[in-house]
Design a protein around this ligand. Structure first.
Ligand code: ADP
Ligand code: MG
Length: 274
């Protein structure tokens, strides 16, 4: 059955990997856009102080008045902070560099790990999907995303140390289940920047699939120059060049996400005993 524990009507996915440059932001933007293109109502939460997801959907710095920072410190609600984008069906809560201060600002707040969860719980506009773009670290912002999420989606670049990085992330997910969110699932691993001319990509794919099994998405995102050009135009690649291999792959990923979501096919973790 498709029953999910703690289901709120919003499918909340955190895109996380402690490594930078693996495709978290690119996948956040383009999976969100692809889901919206299929007709879903999607909210993208930019939770990285670098604000690259905000830039990538065309929200200029001066247009970021209320941000994920205001959300985290309780100064704005989700409804107040979200902004429409040029993509129909896709809204974003942008980020600015202010966000890098929350770790220190919330240091004495006993519920600091649950700021995002609390904010999203009070959401009065229903979204089919909420995607959270995490920063490249396992600090308080990523913990907030993992505490709020039903599942974590891990973009993984096909490179030599991919499995070591993945093991580290899995240990963090275990810790988060134990302390903050017992029903967090891994749903799932997405191979990014795949290069068919490079034997290493193929070798990493084989190893990751052997290690993670069905938790690895069938869809693989190819390395594609159109994908890397799109953000400088403030556009998701699906808007920039709908027919390029990157756009085709992100549409396929969106369909696979919907298929898995509807079928509830991935194993959920056993809730950890307290
Ligand atoms: P992260 O958010 O994990 O730091 P990004 O999504 O910002 O990673 O991606 C890192 C860099 O790789 C960016 O310059 C981005 O444009 C590029 N990139 C990401 N995915 C692809 C792809 N499929 N093909 C080509 N370049 C990509
Ligand atoms: Mg990023």
């Amino acid at each position: 059955s498709g029953t999910r524990l703690g289901r709120t009507g919003n499918r909340i996915l955190a895109l996380a990997n402690q490594k930078g440059g693996v495709g978290k932001t690119t996948t956040s933007i383009n999976l969100a856009t692809a889901l919206a293109a299929i007709g879903r109502h999607v909210l993208l939460v930019d939770l990285d102080p670098q604000g690259n997801a905000s830039t990538g959907v065309g929200i200029a710095k001066q247009a970021r008045r209320l941000t994920s920072y205001d959300l985290m410190i309780g100064r704005a609600t989700v409804t107040e902070a979200l902004q429409p984008t040029a993509v129909p069906g896709l809204a974003i809560i942008p980020a600015t560099v202010d966000l890098s201060g929350v770790e220190v600002e919330l240091v004495d707040d006993a519920s600091r790990a649950y700021k995002l969860k609390e904010a999203l719980r009070r959401l009065d506009e229903p979204f089919d999907h909420i995607l959270i773009d995490c920063p490249p670290s396992l600090g308080l912002l990523t913990i907030n995303a993992l505490a709020a999420a039903e599942a974590v989606l891990v973009p993984l670049q096909c490179e030599f140390f991919a499995l070591e990085g993945l093991s580290q992330l899995l240990r963090t997910v275990e810790q988060v289940r134990k302390h903050y969110n017992p029903t967090l699932s891994i749903d799932g691993v997405v191979l990014t920047m795949y290069d068919r001319r490079n034997n290493l990509s193929e070798q990493v794919e084989t190893d990751v699939r052997a290690f993670m099994g069905r938790q690895v998405y069938e869809t693989v995102i190819p390395r594609n120059v159109r994908v890397s050009e799109a953000p400088s135009h403030g556009k998701p690649v699906l808007i920039y060049d709908l027919k390029c291999p990157g756009s085709v792959a992100y549409l396929a990923l969106a369909r696979e996400v919907l298929r898995r979501d509807g079928g509830g096919s991935l194993a959920r973790p056993e809730p950890t005993a307290a």
